[in-house]
Write a protein of this length. Structure first.
Length: 591
């Protein structure tokens, strides 16, 4: 019984933390005022992503989640609307923005024709609003900081309840800001759709659906949960119509194709009505509370329709689904099968499981489960993982060495000290806007330690150094098979876990570092060796080989073109790299 209580407590904590989005948007039944920029989908007018700062400043207030947020004022909105005419269309006209590619035993994402590393950080604008921060300038700082710390991809939610407050009228203001700021800071954007099933909850659907229980019926299970019936034709039609409106707008206004991916709802297998779950519920009993009250079939059907809507648009991007990690702990066979069932839907491209443990062994356990259920065709990835843990970089390196992606939650936590999982430290419960770099001196709250004992935080400057390094070879990390990628000195920075004799493609490498620095190695398909070092004095030895001639220090472009910064003479069987170096040794110089 004691063990069962601990497992259930962990289950509840995961739901509580990973689903912190639930309840941050306007609750059903609130009296949100109608923004003047709401427009009918049938209308040709669209709010441009190129709004001036003046237009942003000239706004009126509308109630969202009990706080005021800005919406463009009527007198300025006409000047900042762009019609669906030719001048509003992208100069780089294309219908496929991102897609899956399988090549050389690896499935990966191709974005704007280049291989794309599944790596980025989440920004919670909705949580900033829920914390009372309604200044768009403060929201923009999150994009700036993400760029400063070296990220190239950001992940942001857009809530259906705020996107379509009035039936068939859509407010594109938030997404226009996100696209504008991604243009400004040269970032790509994963949009997360907060729709009918967010963590198994129901707070992100427009009020008009709740006012019409005949057209949009309620689920039979647990009346107190008030879930909509996910497989009802009316709900599916309305939600897919909203997504169509969003992607029609993107086709006209996302001129630089910043939106690279679209997540179909968020942790749909969660238990939004967790307060109703008995503390001693068995796995079998627990399952009926998941997926919005046992509605897995309906939820999967909704996500498939949303994904197919994206695929039918003129702005096609890769679609993905993230599961809460309780799917692995649940022993009910039907729950396990839902992972594969979701992946097999035509509208779903890739799936992953959120993972907040600090232990690499737990991360591998989750990813092994995904790979066992879906052995080919998926881009296995962690859709959410803490950005605060001391060994976060180790976990990312381990994912990359396994050919997997890693998405971080989040750049800085907007509220809730126990959930302080940002790359930047939350200043205090009363200070949500200051940017404080982590320096390793603070202890993290219990949730992110896996064992509920406080553990050290990461170092923000180290994350920046890592990002600057990793993007020098992101093309190779995104495309090479896992057998050709190795990570060194992960888990233990003291140097006791160096992976001596690690196989990397057709070579065997060993690694030493007097400062215990992490490093990576890759064997390119043509036999070149590519080495990355995070710290100074990173020494690689290629077993049974002799190096001669020159190596090249530099970086790869997004398309895989090598740029040399300087030539380096190599000899013997060992090379030593300095911090931040990417070294390419041609196959012809390895004998």
């Amino acid at each position: 019984m004691k063990k069962h209580k601990i497992v259930f407590a962990l289950f509840m904590a995961v739901i509580l933390t990973a689903c912190s989005s639930v309840g941050t948007t306007a609750k059903i039944g609130s009296t949100a005022s109608e923004p003047s920029t709401l427009q009918s989908y049938e209308s040709s007018a669209d709010i441009s992503a190129d709004q001036s700062d003046e237009a942003v400043a000239d706004h009126h207030k509308s109630s969202v989640g009990g706080v005021n947020v800005t919406s463009i004022e009527g007198k300025s909105s006409e000047a900042n609307r762009v019609s669906g005419s030719a001048e509003s269309k992208s100069t780089d006209k294309r219908s496929v923005i991102s897609k899956l590619v399988t090549k050389n035993r690896r499935t990966y994402v191709e974005y704007l024709d280049d291989p794309y590393l599944m790596y980025g950080v989440q920004i919670r604008i909705d949580n900033l609003i829920a914390s009372g921060i309604d200044d768009p300038g403060k929201w923009e700082e999150n994009f700036q900081k993400a760029k400063e710390v070296g990220f190239r991809s950001v992940i942001i939610a857009i809530s259906w309840v705020e996107f379509e407050i009035v039936k068939d009228e859509f407010d594109f203001w938030f997404v226009s800001l996100f696209v504008k700021w991604c243009d400004k800071y040269d970032l790509d954007l994963h949009l997360i759709w907060f729709g009918s099933d967010v963590c198994g909850a129901w707070t992100n659907v427009p009020k008009y659906l709740w006012d019409d229980p005949v057209t949009y019926p309620r689920a039979d299970f647990a009346p107190a949960t008030k879930h909509l019936k996910y497989d009802s034709p009316g709900l599916i039609a309305r939600e897919s119509n909203a997504v169509k409106a969003l992607f029609d707008w993107l086709e006209k206004n996302d001129k630089n194709h910043r939106v690279s991916m679209f997540q179909l709802n968020n942790e749909p297998d969660g238990a939004g009505d967790m307060d109703n779950i008995p503390w001693n519920a068995s796995h079998e009993e627990m399952y009926k509370y998941l997926w919005g009250g046992g509605q897995a079939e309906g939820s999967i059907k909704v996500m498939d329709k949303l994904g197919q809507t994206v695929k039918a648009s003129g702005n096609k991007v890769v679609t993905r689904v993230n599961f809460v990690n309780t799917i692995l702990d649940n022993s009910v066979n039907v729950a396990r099968k839902n992972l594969r069932k979701t992946f097999d839907m035509p509208g779903v491209d890739i799936v992953g499981i959120d993972e907040y443990s600090r232990l690499i062994s737990v991360q591998e356990r989750f990813m092994d489960y995904v790979n066992a259920e879906i052995p080919s065709g998926n881009v296995t990835h962690v859709p959410e993982a803490s950005g605060a843990q001391e060994n976060m970089i180790n976990k990312i390196m381990n994912a990359f060495s396994r050919g997997e992606g890693y998405l971080i939650y989040e750049i800085r936590t907007a509220y809730g000290q126990i959930n302080d999982g940002g790359v930047y430290r939350q200043p205090s419960a009363s200070n949500r806007t200051e940017w404080v770099e982590r320096d390793g001196s603070k202890m993290l709250p219990g949730f992110y330690t896996n064992d509920w004992d406080p553990k050290p935080e990461n170092v923000t400057s180290e994350v920046k150094s890592f990002n600057n390094l990793i993007y020098k070879a992101s093309h190779k990390l995104a495309t090479l098979h896992k057998d050709s990628i190795s990570a060194f000195n992960i888990e233990n920075k003291s140097g006791s876990y160096l992976k001596i004799g690690e196989k990397c493609g057709k070579y065997t490498l060993s690694y030493t570092s007097p400062v215990g620095g992490e490093a990576m190695a890759m064997c390119d398909i043509n036999g070149d060796i590519i080495l990355l070092a995070l710290y100074n004095s990173s020494k690689f030895t290629i077993s049974g080989k002799s190096l001669s001639g020159n190596a090249s220090e530099g970086y790869f472009s997004k398309s895989g073109v090598w740029t040399q910064n300087k030539s380096v003479t190599v000899s013997g069987d060992t090379v030593t790299l300095s911090a931040g170096q990417c070294l390419r040794i041609p196959a012809g110089n390895i004998k």
